[in-house]
Write a protein that binds this ligand. Sequence first.
Ligand SMILES: *Cc1c(COP(=O)(O)O)cnc(C)c1O
Length: 368
Amino acid sequence: MSTTVAQERVYNFSPGPAVLPVSVLQQAQRDLMCLPGYGMSILEMSHRAPGFLDILAAAKHNLKELLRIPDNYKIIFLQGGSRLQFSMIPMNLLRGQSQPADYLITGSWSKMALDEAKREGLARVAWDGKSTNYDRLPTLADWQPNKDAPYTYLCSNETIQGVQFDTDFDLKSPVVADCSSDFLHRPLDVAKYGLIYACAQKNAGPAGVTAVIIREDLLARSQDNLPGYMNYTGHVKEDSLYNTPPTFAIYLMGLVLRWLKDDVGGLEKMHAFNQEKAKLLYDVIDGSGGYFKGHAQPANRSLMNVTFRLPSEDLEKKFCKEGEKRGLDGLKGHRSVGGVRASIYNAMPLEGVKQLAEFMKEFQQQNG
Ligand SMILES: *Cc1c(COP(=O)(O)O)cnc(C)c1O
């Protein structure tokens, strides 16, 4: 990337597709005409060529290392976004089961997943945060887990409401987690999960690829009469080459994984950095004497999506507009919650968050 173009970059607080590490974009730019050693662009390369098979293997290897994924789990890269997983999960794990799956409804995305599961089979609402407008999350004491449930579904980070689980639940039934908007933001105890999935475009790459990590024994539930693409077992058997995979998206996700490993130094470091960044914004909210009102209860605040309101909708509009003028882009909250949402994913630099925190304080002084 030429310096002038790099200097034009704003701080991008968009919820997704979202900010990517500059070094990743720079490498993609260098590689785009010709992937070193392979004589052609990744965009032109067969998905069965050695060049792509190397990229695929490295991405799986690095993902496995970063998350310390045990050997009895399979990694596949799919298309259709996280939305397709809302359907694929019950199609594969719920068909033929007699008990309902448990769903924790903690915000917009888990609710949508529940609606899709109901088309496929029995799903029980084990907990619902609706009565407080999805501003908090349950602890194990707040719902009655069904140990015989085919699985317990949760969304680890509700991107729209800005509430996030910070623990890995130890349940008898396999935990299925939508980690779309906080994938790789901290280490996970993968062994406590049956299935983990994430579309890449929030925290791990560009749009077009979804990573699915599934415990081997659960694959036995997928029935032969499922449509081919919808069956996890085919994707596992063909090592993500059941159909032509999104080669460029997997390549770029691979660069992000390498950045996490080599430049950041792993997920413990990433987590500490994310905590430091989020604290800057929550401190401004808490120190504003109620001018900024956080949506999430403090115990359940997201490190990824910081959601808050201002005293009026007019001030919120003004805040986003003035922010944009200062190069702080994408701050408008989701239409269902309103207000402001600052998405500060892994790749958001500390400097961007510092500038936003400064801007918030200045804005309050001038509009208080
Ligand atoms: C964005 C998002 C989705 C939907 O992802 P798509 O790739 O657009 O289908 C699902 N769950 C969560 C938590 C998200 O943030």
